[in-house]
Design a protein around this ligand. Structure first.
Ligand code: HEM
Length: 493
């Protein structure tokens, strides 16, 4: 006699086996793609184990690419790609961001980085791209003036004191302050900016909150509220005093004014008339400013402090720029066009971001409903795919000895070699979701390197834990870089 329950169990088992093992491992179009781990076609256990405790697993993903080529399967629904074809398909096509990005919204309101859908994103991006464009950054009088105040009136006296006392200081902590002060000055105007370069106690408190929030540590909610309150208060000041003058510098809140004007009449205003969407955006840019300097400037100082010859070569290039920086309060900064045109400086910034990309991990997207073809493989719709700066920047056929910091590779006489490296360099991402602040970050890093290295020599006192963390935003594990400063003989005042 037919045993119905047994038959039912048998059929169900066969169907489940087919659905979850046989189909993904042998039949699905994804089964043709090399698997980073033998379990990857049927389970996400392997990649999840690499991503425990906030890690990104990028080293294991890179190892898989080295073994298996430009496209690898990480789990039944996730692929990693490391090729120019991959970049072209994923980041200039119709692929949207994954739901993970929506966690980056602030105050419960989306901002540019957290928006998932391409349409609303492109409307918002158009509102901001002009004031972050290369030409605007290169010619903005506001940015020039606020940089003069930050460098001549705030930074150089602090550095001068450190050089005179010969006391070791934590460059990592000062760099966070520089990122915050530069960013808030551009967002809200110099008169409304933070002053963490000089006010060490306020810096420590805010950076502690920032660390607690971004690492999801206990007390995260309180830390987030305090950071939000800081930015909301700066929004309020910027809104009420958009033309304050400080030390003769323009105090125009460039980004705040632009976005407020473009978003007026839209979205629900706060009781004090600060638009939530504007505030959400400002909180994100504030964090990006801190990260740029916290990670990139720290690695630049570390590499330069390890190589006194490179430091001297860079200094001779910096000293060709006029006027030379001076501590006198009326001193001016050179034109950015001159600074931007320095080849070794450009090569150092590019090479630091190549070797120590601030966001080295996968930048995930979803294949569109109709699917896609990447590296010759057919990929169905709804699959998570991503490329990473870490893997793109470590292709040895494009970047020989890829882990070595060698700025001179960017000065190679062979133009085709340089072009090929440019195609693989992916520090700021690409396509419509490419970094909004790339020119601002480059500007800030270049003027800060000019300020520091044309006047001072840096030496390492303590660089323990300088290796990059395996986190989405990857700074030095030890969260410090202790240096000493020496004033450079040739430019004593
Ligand atoms: C060295 C410094 C920086 C690096 C290496 C960097 C890198 C990146 C990368 C790789 C992305 C793409 C993320 C993705 O596709 O998932 C991105 C996006 C973004 N970055 Fe940056 N960034 C830097 C500095 C800044 C600064 C200073 C700002 C301040 C405005 C900023 C604002 C943004 C925004 C708003 C986005 C989202 C853009 C969009 O979705 O359209 N970044 N950045």
């Amino acid at each position: 006699m037919l045993n119905l329950p047994l038959l039912f169990t048998l059929i169900s088992t066969i169907l489940l086996l087919y659905r979850y093992v046989i189909y993904p491992a042998f039949v699905s179009p994804l089964s043709k793609i090399p698997a980073a781990h033998f379990t990857a076609p049927v389970s996400s256990v392997w990649i999840r184990s690499k991503r425990r405790n906030g890690k990104t697993g990028i080293q294991s993903i890179f190892a898989a690419h080295k073994r298996l080529g430009p496209i690898v399967q990480l789990s039944p629904n996730e692929l990693s790609v490391a090729s120019l074809d991959g970049l072209r398909q994923i980041y200039t096509g119709a692929f949207e961001k994954t739901a993970w990005y929506s966690e980056l919204a602030n105050l419960g309101v989306p901002n540019l980085v957290s928006m998932l859908k391409n349409k609303p994103h492109s409307v918002r991006k158009r509102m901001l791209s002009h004031i972050y464009s290369r030409s605007y950054i290169g010619s903005s009088i506001d940015l020039h003036d606020l940089s003069r105040v930050l460098i001549v009136e705030r930074l150089l006296p602090v550095l001068q004191k450190a050089a005179e006392s010969a006391e070791p200081f934590d460059a990592y902590s000062l760099n966070q302050a520089l990122g915050a002060d530069f960013m808030t000055s551009y967002l809200f105007g110099i008169g409304n900016s933070t002053d963490f370069i000089r006010n060490v106690e306020a810096r420590k408190e805010t950076m502690q909150n920032y660390r607690t929030k971004t690492r999801g540590l206990p007390g995260k909610e309180k830390a987030s509220r305090e950071l939000d309150a800081l930015i909301l208060s700066l929004c309020e000041s910027a809104g009420t005093s958009s033309q304050k003058a400080l030390s003769g510098a323009s105090s125009y809140p460039v980004v705040y004014s632009q976005l407020s004007a473009r978003l007026s009449n839209s979205e629900s205003p706060l009781p004090n008339h600060i638009n939530l969407a504007v505030a959400s955006e400002m909180i994100d840019h504030f964090g990006a400013g801190i990260e740029s300097a916290r990670i990139t400037l720290t690695y630049i100082q570390w590499e330069l402090s390890r190589d006194s010859e490179l430091q001297a070569q860079l200094r001779s290039e910096l000293l060709t720029i006029q006027p030379l920086l001076s501590l006198r309060s009326e001193a001016n900064l050179p034109n950015y066009g001159d600074i931007d045109g320095l080849p070794l400086l450009e090569a150092i910034v590019k090479e630091i971001i190549r070797v120590y990309p601030p966001s080295p991990a996968l930048l995930p997207r979803v294949t569109p409903r109709g699917g896609a073809v990447i590296e010759g493989y057919t990929i169905p719709g709804g699959i998570e795919v991503g490329a990473s700066a870490h893997c793109m920047h470590r292709n040895p056929s494009v970047f020989p000895s890829p882990s070595t910091f060698d700025p001179f590779r960017w000065l190679d006489k062979d133009e085709e070699k340089r072009r090929e490296m440019d195609r693989w360099w992916w520090g700021f991402g690409s396509g419509a979701r490419m970094c909004l602040g790339s020119h601002f970050a480059t500007y800030m890093l270049k003027v800060l390197i000019l300020a520091i290295y044309s006047k001072f020599q840096t030496e390492i006192v303590d660089d323990e834990g300088i290796e990059q963390e395996d986190t989405f935003l990857a700074g030095p594990k030890g969260e410090k870089l202790v240096l000493t400063l020496r004033k450079v003989e040739a430019v004593k005042e």
